[in-house]
Design a protein around this ligand. Structure first.
Ligand code: HEC
Length: 161
């Protein structure tokens, strides 16, 4: 009698678990389906509404090289913060991303006032980040890094070569 009750209980439990699994599976399938149905739509939307800076080939190369260096700096800073090497992180933030005379000139040579403004704010925020790193506080440091990276995102959303 007791045995039967246990068998019934475990069967019910089994059914419950299976039905849960099924609904998870179903959700996954729905997700995949909507991703594939969205895809053609994205493919058709090829228009790039960002403002073009109309750079010549030489300027383009120079800018991209500069950008790759920005990206490398952000990677290095992240790594250095992870290991609490705040002094080195601060040095890189200032020397690679801060408002050096070269960067100041770079930002002003494209003849777009708003681009220049975002660029200058970006480099100033990097100098501010370099100062904040000196406090050796991880939370504040990550907040400052995020703040600087917001300018990367903002500029890329509005401008292209
Ligand atoms: C003031 C504007 C501006 C800021 C700030 C900026 N970028 Fe860029 N970046 C550009 C433009 C414009 C391009 C060219 C994009 C295009 O034509 O699609 C570019 C391209 C790039 C590329 C592509 C490089 C390649 O070789 O293809 C990378 C990577 C990049 N940026 C990283 C960064 C990172 C990381 C930051 C912040 C730490 C940053 N950028 C900040 C304007 C900016």
């Amino acid at each position: 009698m007791r045995k039967t009750a246990i068998i019934i209980a475990s069967t019910i439990l089994g059914l419950f678990v299976t039905s849960c699994n099924n609904s998870v599976k179903q959700q996954k399938e729905e997700k995949t389906e909507s991703a594939t149905t969205e895809h053609p739509h994205n493919m058709m939307n090829l228009s790039d509404d960002r403002i073009s800076l109309n750079l010549n080939p030489k300027q383009k190369q120079h800018q991209l090289k500069n950008m790759r260096s920005h990206l490398a700096a952000v990677q290095q800073i992240t790594q250095l913060l992870a290991t609490d090497d705040y002094d080195k992180a601060s040095e890189i933030a200032h020397s690679k991303l801060g408002l050096t005379p070269e960067m100041k000139q770079m930002c002003s040579m494209f003849g777009d006032e708003n681009f220049e403004k975002i660029g200058l704010n970006f480099h100033n925020s990097a100098d501010e980040m370099a100062r904040i790193f000196k406090n050796r506080n991880k939370q504040e440091s990550l907040q400052a890094l995020s703040n600087t990276m917001n300018y990367c995102v903002k500029c890329h959303a509005g401008y292209r070569q």
